[in-house]
Design a protein around this ligand. Structure first.
Ligand code: ZN
Length: 343
C-alpha cells in the first residue's frame, strides 16, 4: 500500500533528521526517540527470523486514502495511518485536536473535514516530541494547550513545525470548548518531562502517549522512557481512571483497560526477570573470561548477559501474547536492569 509506505518513509526521515540535528548542535542530550537500542541479534528483513504477529496485535485495515478516521464516542474521533494516532473532538464551536503526527500530515485536516465543517480552534500537545506534534503548524492560529515543561522543551527545539503553546499549566487543566471537555493532568516525569494524561470523561476515553501500545510491546528501551520508575508507575495511574477506550499514540489499534493491564503485567515480568538476572549472572565468571584491562568490555559483556537472561525468561511467556516481544524485549530488559541498578 503506497500511502502507508510513504508514511513509514516520512517517519524515518523525521527520525534521521532529528538525529542529525542533535549531533550538529553538539547537544549532549540524545534525541529521545532515536537513541540506539542495545541489540541482541541482527535483524534480517525479508526472512522468517521474526516471530509471527499475534492476532490481538492486528488493527483495522487502513483505507486507500492512507488514513482511517472513526468516531469512538460522543463526537470524539481517532485518526491513524496505521502507526501513529491522534484524536479530535467536535464541540459545536470548533474542533479540539490532540497531537498532530507528521506521518499523518495533511491527511489529518482531510480526516477532520470528512466529519465536520468546524475549524480547528484548539490543540493539545501530549508532549513535545516531533513525531507526535510535528504536523501542528498546519493548524496555525489555534489555541495550543500543553504542560509547562513541554513549552520549555519546545523553546529549546526551536522548530517551526511545532508552534509554541499559548496556554500552559503545571498540574492540571480543564479544557472546555462548546459542549466538550478534556481533563489534562500531569503525573510527573515518565516518557519525558511534560508527558500528560488526556481524559475525556463523557466519552470514557483516556489518551496517554508512548507508554502502552495496545497489542504490542513498547518501542525499544521502554519506549525510550527518560524516567523508568515514572514510566512503570504510570501504568497504575492510568488504571485508576474511569475509561473504556485507551489511545496510546501507537500502533495498529485502539485499546481497552485489559490492554493496559496486559502491558502492565509484561512490564512487571520485565522488572522481576531483570532483578533475577542481576542476582544470577556471575560477574566474576565473566571477568575471568574477559579480564579487567578493558572495563568497558567487561561491562558490555556483563550487562548484555543480564539483559539476555531477563529476555529469555520473558520471551518464553510473552511471545504469543504481544507483538514484537521477540524483537524488543532484550532492549526493555537492558534498560530495566540499568534502572534497577542505579535509580
Ligand atoms: Zn514521545
Amino acid at each position: 500500500m503506497a500511502s502507508r509506505l510513504v508514511s513509514i518513509v516520512v517517519a524515518l526521515v523525521l527520525t534521521l533528521g532529528a538525529a542529525a540535528g542533535t549531533f550538529a548542535q553538539g547537544s549532549p542530550d540524545a534525541t529521545p526517540e532515536t537513541a540506539p537500542a542495545p541489540d541482541a541479534s541482527p535483524a534480517v528483513v525479508g526472512t522468517t527470523e521474526f516471530g509471527p504477529v499475534p492476532a490481538g496485535a492486528v488493527g483495522p485495515a487502513i483505507p486507500s486514502s492512507g488514513y482511517l478516521v472513526e468516531e469512538i464516542a460522543g463526537g470524539l474521533y481517532w485518526v491513524t495511518e496505521g502507526f501513529y494516532q491522534s484524536i479530535f473532538l467536535t464541540t459545536g464551536e470548533g474542533v479540539i485536536l490532540v497531537d498532530a503526527p507528521p506521518s499523518i500530515g495533511p491527511n489529518l485536516a482531510a480526516a477532520i473535514a470528512d466529519v465536520t465543517e468546524e475549524p480547528v480552534t484548539h490543540m493539545v500537545y501530549t508532549h513535545h516530541h516531533a513525531d507526535h506534534i510535528g504536523g501542528a503548524a498546519q493548524f496555525a492560529g489555534a489555541t495550543i494547550v500543553a504542560h509547562e515543561d513541554t513549552a520549555d522543551l519546545l523553546v529549546r527545539s526551536d522548530d517551526p513545525n511545532r508552534p509554541l503553546p499559548t496556554v500552559t499549566f503545571a498540574d492540571s487543566y480543564t479544557l472546555t470548548v462548546g459542549t466538550q471537555t478534556l481533563e489534562l493532568t500531569y503525573p510527573g516525569n515518565n516518557h519525558e518531562p511534560g508527558n500528560i494524561i488526556v481524559h475525556a470523561p463523557a466519552q470514557r476515553v483516556l489518551m496517554v502517549i508512548d507508554i502502552v501500545s495496545p497489542g504490542w510491546v513498547p518501542f525499544p528501551d521502554l519506549a525510550v522512557a527518560e524516567d523508568v520508575p515514572g514510566f512503570v508507575a504510570l501504568h497504575d495511574t492510568i488504571l485508576a481512571y474511569d475509561f473504556k477506550t485507551f489511545v496510546g499514540g501507537h500502533l495498529t489499534r485502539l485499546g481497552t483497560r485489559e490492554d493496559v493491564e496486559t502491558s502492565r503485567a509484561y512490564i512487571q515480568d520485565i522488572q522481576t526477570n531483570a532483578a533475577m538476572a542481576l542476582q544470577t549472572v556471575d560477574l566474576a565468571a565473566i571477568a575471568a573470561e574477559v579480564g579487567y584491562d578493558n572495563p568497558w568490555a567487561l561491562f558490555d559483556v556483563y550487562l548484555d548477559a543480564v539483559a539476555q537472561t531477563c529476555a529469555d525468561a520473558t520471551i518464553l511467556v510473552w511471545e504469543d501474547r504481544l507483538g514484537g516481544t521477540d524483537i524488543f524485549t532484550f532492549s526493555h530488559c537492558w534498560v530495566m536492569s540499568e534502572s534497577l541498578r542505579i535509580d
